[in-house]
Design a protein around this ligand. Sequence first.
Ligand code: C2O
Ligand code: CU
Ligand code: CU
Length: 493
Amino acid sequence: MHSNTWLLLLGLALAACDGSNDDATLAVMDADVPDAEPPAVRMPELDFPSGVLADENPEDGVVEVHLTAGRASIDLGDGVMREMYAYNGHVPGPALHAKAGDRVVVHFRNELAEPTTVHWHGLRIPASMDGSPRIQDPVEPGEEFTYEFVVPDAGTFWYHPHVRANEQVEKGLYGPIVVRDRNDPEYDVERVMMLDDILLGEDAMTFPPFLASHPELMHGRYGNVLLTNARESDRVLAYGDAYTIERWRIVNTANARTMELSIHGARFRVIGTDGGLLAEPYETERLLVPVGQRYDLEVTFDAVGIVQLLSHVATLDENDEVVEVATPVYDIDVVAADRELRAIEWPTLPTREPREPSREVMLDLEAVTGGEHGIMWTINGMSHPEEPIFTFDPGETVRIRIVNKNGPEHPFHLHGQFFEIVDQGNAWTSQPGLKDTVLVPGLETVEIIAYLDNPGRWMAHCHILEHAELGMMAEILVGEDETPAPPDVHGHH
Ligand code: C2O
Ligand code: CU
Ligand code: CU
């Protein structure tokens, strides 16, 4: 090895260790030069009730896990055991925890009585591994499939099925993905919060019928119970220490409900979005989280007491007036601790060159009457179009104008790529950072700048799972189409 490489490795080790961990530096210096590795990325424990998928492969740089979808009896916190769908017996599924650059191997097994796939929402992986039922034949009951890919980006992502997703996700199939790299600041505690709302019928044991009501067809399926990590959250859920700084990784896994959040009892700032850490964290009072999106928050406990994550929901009072109700969805009892508040030094993130769009396209989102349910949702006039609606060159930067022609909102999601939202000065566009999902409110137009760097055929759809199921699901093609002819499904029946 040349001596300048040697210096570079040493420099990296020193920079990342920050003097606090001499072992890693020593390891680099002592190692046989050809095998010298950059310092290890920290993998702190995640505070997440479903735990982490066990890595069965001792090799560094490979995460190999088993994941099984099946039925399970789940207690949502009210003591009632409900028949739900679960990954490895848990709702949410256990977290997939990896480092950027790791090769991930997931031995997936379907023990449900219906076909399914696993989609890795937000990961820029090859299209053949993306869980799209238009590319991958769905995994039939009793069958297995091995997903294998390299995770390129650090951040908070999630996994869920892409076959009859409106039913399978509602019934409990979703889990978080946490990918780390050397830029991650060190926090005292890291929590994962998968927010959901679920529609429970009077018969607590069954799910009310799907796609059976006009509001559900129009707005998507709204639940009547708010869940955090599949627990009804009306109790103290967790404990914390005063004068600590935590990282909260928040995912909205609901079928349709945009979450409007605030934190009571602690200071917080936004440090990450769908595409990872922000170069410049920012403070806000309210956080709007449409379904599909993720937010990473830095929460500072500078006092003793109850800290609450509040979900603000509009509802009707007894006079049929719309009122806002704040429901605590995560409570932390912060107790006195003998420690001092330290400062988190924000890392200098690699700068991204500004990229000018070379092209502009439009996506018109609209409802039309027709189809099996009497209403269909369309993209550019098409419902579940068979062929990709646009073809782009790999590496192209594209301005996409997304026009919502009706009242219901559309959290629009693009697979396999990141984009930025053009800021128009309102809550749903003043969302800096890389995204894979953007909220387009009723009768509004939102513009995004998409960085189409990942070649392949990619789904582009509304993440209100009922809208997607009822037609608002298309594909774009980046580069040449190397996928076999689509099987006979569209992600629905
Ligand atoms: Cu969350 Cu098509 O995905
Ligand atoms: Cu996705
Ligand atoms: Cu929609």
